[in-house]
Design a protein around this ligand. Structure first.
Ligand code: ADP
Length: 293
């Protein structure tokens, strides 16, 4: 399974250039599309999911021309949009059965087997008869995955699925995503660096409609190896002075003390300690460098 996006551009009628000449190749397995809010992730995902048209560019999914053969795409696509609406009074099992019919799974026996298996897989079996309106955020998202998996899709798109989940729900959701077969392609769009770090062997960073970096997390980390330094601040005023001279990547409180991470090609001073690069550093610097340009 290969998805190839070539020179995709989109400007909305209000003048916002949401996608600027975006190219990207996504193979089998989990792919992380990382970018801040407003980066263009949903615009890109909706376009791949055949829900909106680009102004220019092409998308190929194996032999399918995504922008022209929309029905062919929809047959192999599972999509969990950012805003996933359900009929709140319906139970999970009824809703999933209804969606299975819409997906064209017409055989009653096949449909029942598939719906039941998906409810088991997403750990919703015990609550399958409860109204979806009573579900927690994590349960709703797992239901979202159940519907995305209907009819054995080969490409699954999940748009910002962990935003708003508590740590336990997020964990359960990420475990579920990672359990989806390796021969399908899963694109996980997110602004949460740890989602990508935990799940995705390949990733890309997008900001302001432009694709900025693509590779494995370790390739992305290698771009900054040996250039991240940590330093414990002696006072709050010190931070301002450092910011005037150095690129401060992040600042954390550690046991009540402010610890900063800075980017510098060489050791900035005796009080700085070399630390391993984290994906968060790469993400922050990639996005920050771009917004300066
Ligand atoms: P992300 O999913 O990364 O948050 P979006 O694709 O939702 O990014 O948005 C990219 C940019 O396009 C943002 O500036 C957003 O406000 C704008 N945008 C998104 N959808 C529309 C729309 N339907 N009409 C006008 N502007 C839009």
């Amino acid at each position: 399974m290969a998805l190839t996006i070539t020179n995709l551009s989109k400007t909305y009628p209000n003048g916002v250039r949401a996608l600027k000449n975006v190219s990207l190749t996504v193979g089998s397995g989990m792919f992380g599309l990382l970018g801040p809010n407003g980066a263009g992730k949903s615009s890109l995902m909706r376009t791949v999911a055949t829900l909106q048209e680009p102004d220019a560019g092409a998308i190929q999914l194996d032999g399918i021309d995504v922008l022209k053969q929309k029905d062919d795409v929809r047959r192999v696509l599972g999509y969990l949009p950012q805003e996933f609406g359900v009929y709140p009074k319906m139970s999970a099992i009824d809703m999933l059965t209804h969606l299975a019919i819409l997906k064209g799974i017409t055989g009653a026996g096949e449909r029942k087997t598939m719906v039941e298996a998906l409810l088991q897989q997403t750990n919703l079996w015990d609550v399958r008869k409860k109204a979806l309106s009573t579900y927690s955020g994590g349960m709703k998202q797992r239901f979202g995955i159940a519907q995305a998996l209907l009819a054995n899709p080969r490409l699954i798109i999940v748009d910002e699925p962990t935003a708003g989940l508590d740590p336990a729900e997020r964990n359960r959701f990420l475990n579920l995503l990672s359990s989806i077969g390796r021969d399908v392609t899963v694109i996980l769009s997110t602004h949460i660096v740890d989602d990508v770090l935990e799940l995705c062997p390949r990733m890309a960073i997008i900001a302001q409609g432009e694709m900025l970096l693509e590779g494995s997390p370790s390739e992305c980390l290698a771009t900054l190896q040996g250039q991240i330094w940590s330093h414990v601040l002696s006072s709050d005023d010190e931070l301002k002075a450092i910011e005037a001279e150095l690129k401060v990547v992040s600042s954390h409180l550690v046991a009540g003390q402010h610890e900063i991470r800075v980017f510098a090609p060489t050791k900035p001073g005796p009080a700085y300690e070399s630390v391993p690069t984290e994906l968060e550093d790469v993400y922050f610097l990639t996005v920050a460098r771009h917004s300066v340009n």
